[in-house]
Design a binder for this molecule. Structure first.
Ligand SMILES: Cc1cc2nc3c(=O)[nH]c(=O)nc-3n(C[C@H](O)[C@H](O)[C@H](O)COP(=O)(O)OP(=O)(O)OC[C@H]3O[C@@H](n4cnc5c(N)ncnc54)[C@H](O)[C@@H]3O)c2cc1C
Length: 452
């Protein structure tokens, strides 16, 4: 297996020039802004129900967060508001590859949170109890069972929180495969097609304006990931959102240490389909300060307090880039979205060194295994670390699905189903009221239950 894995296996998802469309359709029932897992999954459920849907992606499908993530598909440790959607998402993942006739790299191999102190033990025990209502099968396991699941560790853990029904999938495969399935179902997927803005008639959405022309529509979904806040601001809609850089690496195919995904907070590791591991630092929050930090920062204080000791602030190019980006722009000229086709932050070299150190200390048998590829992605978060899924009160027809806060890949198919229901008005059995945008402005207490 080893020699056949190309060095740019992951980064080829976003490297290179994306292909511009020959033309854009003149109209659609729904236009989706953003070709990440949220936009594409929503388009999949819409296309399956015969809705005429167009996805506009400024760069590559899965070129940003959705192709760069760790590939964990987990119910474990979630905020209670996300539970129904993630349980449904796991159900969809299990048959998704068969349904679309392409491999998405999904495998139900479990997620393990390792325990080395009493506080963790109590917190995880409480979560296992809470999860009983959702049938995830989450339980605490002791050291002997753990040794069968995680092999050859030089570190002794007391036990772990374990959800065998959690899974993993391959980010570089899953969303591009689903986008092709959208097209086979009659939807349209356009790359190198930035949406510059929205046109309105009588106070509601009447068209989107792309760099390649206008698409008439009454319904828009903004699933623009890290760009959503900026896009919405240009329409006078406030979406509090901050970015965190996630640095990731993958090893060459290696000895078996764990078949699923595991973290002891210093090291997060997930077995890959190619026999290697996707590795990262388990908890560090690497936040480049920008003008948004000051605009939205106060609202993020509850989340910051939860994880303050893991926060690493830096002041660099990102501040200037955002400072120099206009807040509105004419729709007949180049927009900020065309100027940055792909948000491609460099991996943080310090964190890469820590990943290597923690990997070797935890699994000495992997010390000779090279990290063959590294990359980074900008995670976007909300103040309570759960998403926004809503129609904008001030602009009928304009919907937002964003802020998946570092765990939107696993929940993506479930969220896509829920968002499609919101757009069509069909009851799909998933209530999205808890994700309304207004919670950040109407005095609702903001209480994050989990970290990013
Ligand atoms: C390093 C890292 C590790 C992670 N690990 C996990 C994990 O293990 N499990 C998990 O569940 N989640 C994980 N996540 C989070 C997960 O990847 C995201 O929550 C999820 O991918 C968000 O999907 P999205 O579709 O909302 O956004 P994105 O994937 O970012 O897609 C948004 C798209 O919109 C496009 N766009 C923006 N503006 C415009 C415009 N004006 N016109 C056209 N297109 C536009 C962008 O180019 C982009 O492709 C991780 C994220 C990162 C970065």
């Amino acid at each position: 297996m080893s020699e056949s894995v190309p060095v740019d296996l992951v980064s080829r998802t976003w490297a290179g020039e994306p292909e511009p469309p020959a033309a854009v359709p003149s109209s659609a029932d729904v236009v989706v802004i953003g070709g990440g897992i949220i936009g594409v999954s929503t388009a999949w459920f819409l296309a399956k129900h015969g809705v005429d849907v167009v996805v506009c992606e400024k760069g590559h499908i899965a070129g940003e967060q959705s192709g760069r993530n760790w590939g964990w598909v987990r119910q474990q440790g979630r905020d209670r508001r996300e539970m129904p959607m993630i349980v449904e998402s796991l159900r969809i993942w299990r048959t998704l590859g068969d349904e679309i006739g392409e491999d998405v790299g999904f495998s139900e191999q479990g997620v393990i949170y390792l325990i080395d102190n009493d506080r963790q033990f109590e917190r995880y025990a409480a979560w296992a109890k809470f999860a009983e209502d959702y049938g995830t099968g989450t339980r605490l396991i002791e050291a002997d069972e753990l040794q069968r699941l995680v092999r050859g560790a030089a570190v002794q853990w007391r036990g772990a929180l374990y959800t065998a029904s959690d899974g993993r999938a391959e980010p570089h495969k899953a969303v591009p495969a689903l986008a092709r399935a959208v097209v086979r179902r009659g939807g349209t997927v356009l790359t190198s097609c930035a949406v510059r803005g929205i046109e309105t008639t009588g106070g509601r959405v009447s068209a989107v304006v792309t760099e390649h022309g206008r698409i008439r529509t009454s319904t828009v979904l903004c699933a623009a990931g890290a760009w959503t806040s900026m896009f919405c601001r240009s329409l006078g809609i406030r979406v509090p959102q901050l970015k965190v850089r996630g640095t990731v690496a993958r090893t060459a195919p290696a000895d078996f240490v764990c078949n699923g995904a595991m973290t002891d907070r210093r090291l997060a590791l997930r077995r890959r389909q190619d026999g290697g591991y996707t590795v990262a630092h388990g908890v560090v929050i690497d936040h480049p300060v920008t003008p948004s930090t000051f605009r939205f920062g106060p609202g993020f204080m509850p989340a910051v307090r939860m994880d303050a000791r893991h926060l690493r602030l830096s002041l660099g190019r990102e501040f200037l880039d955002e400072w120099l980006t206009p807040t509105t722009w004419p729709l007949d000229g180049e927009s900020p979205f065309e100027k940055c086709r792909v948000l491609d932050p460099p991996p943080n070299p310090r964190i890469l060194r820590q990943i290597r150190k923690h990997l070797d200390a935890t699994f000495p048998q992997l010390a000779a295994t090279p990290l063959v590829e590294s990359w980074a992605g900008m995670i976007e978060t909300t103040p309570d670390v759960v998403p926004v899924i809503d129609e904008a009160a001030s602009l009928p027809g304009f919907h937002v699905a964003t802020g998946f806060s570092g765990h939107g890949f696993g929940i993506g198919p479930g969220a896509g189903k829920a968002v499609a229901g919101l757009l069509t008005g069909d009851d799909v059995g998933l209530d999205v009221k808890a994700f309304r945008l207004g919670r950040f402005a109407d005095g609702t207490p903001i209480r994050p239950e989990t970290g990013v």
